[in-house]
Design a protein around this ligand. Structure first.
Ligand code: NOJ
Length: 559
């Protein structure tokens, strides 16, 4: 419950070079945010029109998922030109306007860089196809001869992340490597031209005023493909210790050291955050200030709504951040996973021996689009609100995914004919894919496409979206939107040193911590009410009375 109406501070853009350390960064998935021209696809002017909304929400920065020219084979992560805007989304002039508008509202801009692979529509790949084997153009990618008597078998039995072979044959018989979709050929990061071109891209956007970069699969760029290549089984058995042929190689940091010099040549220095799915002990390499400077911590995406798991994750990640000198990042949802309101309304994940969720049938919903068994939507939302206040009270930066401030659930029942995600097509159909968290936002309860735009949205919006619309929640002090606005507003007011001290609440299923300057956060993960420490209630995820916090709820107190 909010204790006061949200106030809107028109904020100045902070000059502090470390603005990012405890920033709230809001991820915009451009095609699903706001459609200004009625073609069913969100666009850059649509985002610009909603900057006042972002300012009122109180975010410090936005991260824009790719908006570059793309065939949308992987939702824009198949980039045909890194230094342009998809004409369906707008123009470079529109981007300039968006950046200016965000800055005028005190909001910084982070853009997504996808350096592991291009689209097969990229001029370089087209050139490589035309130039033939042994050419300089092919050396920008990873081409190999096939195996078998006539080379008609792929070079190895490696599987792509999205399913199916990681190799695709071209007309003259050679094969190219793609970690992801067949339309996403991997670049050869041993090629100096590739390196130089990305530096050019980083400068291009930095010169246009972009403040930072999110680096897609930052742990995958460099490879050692010296023959003979290992089999898939051999590859899987190799340790990921910095020398693995494909993943998390030490030499990738040579690339980032060069980028760091570019970032630091700007004032304030440009920032970067690594999407690196690596062993926790290796995260500090990416987060180090000599490398990208910050790395995503995805542990909460895989955790149940569970006090012990949350507390361990916080302890571990604060320690990792301290090792790198960076701040940690908190992520409950993004465009790749089932929205957390839905995850928390489903039974806890089945876990393997390593404690990580397994993706067997039955709990596939964790990282894909399904909701089976049945969803307890109300419980999911209650827990999602509690988790949000827990995370927003922590030291470090918080990454929000568009729609979570509305308490949005995953859309689980997208018809197969409307699905877009390559994981659905390449599995095939076994993994329902990630479309369910990418359905365009509901801005109004009435009207076409729930106010997203004048035409039907590119992914179908369900009727129940009306109840989550911005205009339904606006001004309602009990709404999730009001809770987020108040939390972000208070977070600015309470912002304090990057420390916490755990509180002993006498209960295993509740977690409490105090931040410097008297800011206390308590989350009750259990279902029994718990007595609260003394303090003034600033904000809570459910009504709090007489010093008692109900189950599955969080509260912020001022001591
Ligand atoms: C990670 C991105 O978050 C995901 O959406 C994308 O499919 C892959 N990288 C490939 O670019």
């Amino acid at each position: 419950m909010t204790t006061a109406a949200p106030s809107v501070h028109p904020r100045e853009l902070s000059d502090a070079p470390d603005w990012w350390r405890q920033a709230v960064v809001y991820q915009v998935y451009p095609r699903s945010f706001a459609d200004s021209n009625g073609d069913g696809l969100g666009d850059i002017p649509g985002i610009t029109s909603r900057v006042p909304y972002l300012a009122q929400l109180g975010v410090d920065a936005i991260w824009l998922s790719p908006f570059y020219p793309s065939a949308l084979a992987d939702g824009g992560y198949d980039v045909a030109d890194y230094r342009d805007v998809d004409p369906r989304l707008g123009s470079l002039a529109d981007m300039d306007e968006l950046i200016a508008e965000l800055h005028a509202h005190g909001i910084r801009v982070v853009v997504d860089i996808v350096p592991n692979h291009t689209s097969n529509d990229h001029a370089w790949f087209q050139e490589a196809l035309a130039a033939g084997r042994g050419s300089a153009a092919r050396d920008r990618y990873i081409f190999r001869e096939g195996t078998g008597p006539d080379g008609s078998e792929p070079p190895t039995d490696w599987q792509s992340v999205f399913g199916g072979s990681a190799w695709e044959r071209v007309a003259d018989g050679q094969w190219y490597f793609h970690n992801f979709d067949v339309s996403q050929p991997d670049l050869n990061w041993a090629n100096p031209e590739v390196r130089a071109d990305f530096v050019k891209t980083l400068r291009f956007w930095s010169d246009r005023g972009v403040d930072g970069f999110r680096i897609d699969v930052a742990h995958m760029l460099t490879k050692d493909l010296t023959e003979p290549l290992p089999s898939a089984a051999e590859l899987a058995a190799l340790p990921q210790d910095g020398n693995h042929p494909l993943l998390d190689r030490d030499d990738v940091h040579e690339v980032y050291a060069e980028w760091r010099a570019v970032f630091n040549s700007y004032d304030p220095p440009r920032t970067a955050v690594a999407e690196a799915w690596v062993h926790p002990s290796r995260v500090p390499l990416y987060a180090s200030i000599d490398s990208l400077g910050q790395a995503f911590n995805f542990d909460l995406l895989e955790a149940d709504f569970d006090a012990r798991q949350f507390r361990r994750i916080v302890t571990d990640n604060l320690a990792l951040a301290a090792r790198s000198g960076s701040s940690t990042t908190w992520v409950l949802s993004n465009h790749d996973v089932v929205r957390h309101a839905t995850r928390y309304g489903l039974p806890d994940a089945e876990r393997g021996a390593d404690g990580r969720p397994t993706l067997k049938h039955g709990n596939r919903w964790l990282l894909s689009g399904g909701t089976e068994p049945a969803l307890d939507a109300e419980r999911g939302q209650r827990r999602a609100r509690a988790a949000a206040l827990f995370v927003l009270g922590l030291p470090g930066s918080a990454y929000l995914y568009q729609g979570e401030e509305l308490g949005l659930h995953e859309v689980a029942d997208i018809p197969d004919s409307a699905r877009q995600d390559p994981t659905f097509f390449r599995s095939p159909g076994v993994d329902q894919g990630r479309d369910g968290c990418r359905v365009p936002l509901p801005w109004t309860a009435e009207g076409p496409a729930f106010g997203f735009g004048d035409a039907a949205a590119h992914l179908p919006q369900p009727d129940w979206f009306a109840a989550y619309a911005v205009d339904r929640q606006d001004g309602d002090p009990a709404s999730t939107l009001s809770m987020y606005r108040r939390a972000l507003d208070l977070r600015h007011e309470l912002q304090t040193a990057e420390q916490l001290e755990w509180l002993d609440l006498g209960r295993e299923d509740a977690v409490g911590f105090a931040r410097p300057d008297g800011w206390i956060v308590v989350t009750n993960f259990g279902t029994e009410p718990i007595a609260l420490p003394a303090g003034e209630v600033l904000l809570s995820s459910v009504p709090v009375e007489a010093g008692t916090l109900p189950g599955e709820a969080s509260v912020w107190l001022r001591a």
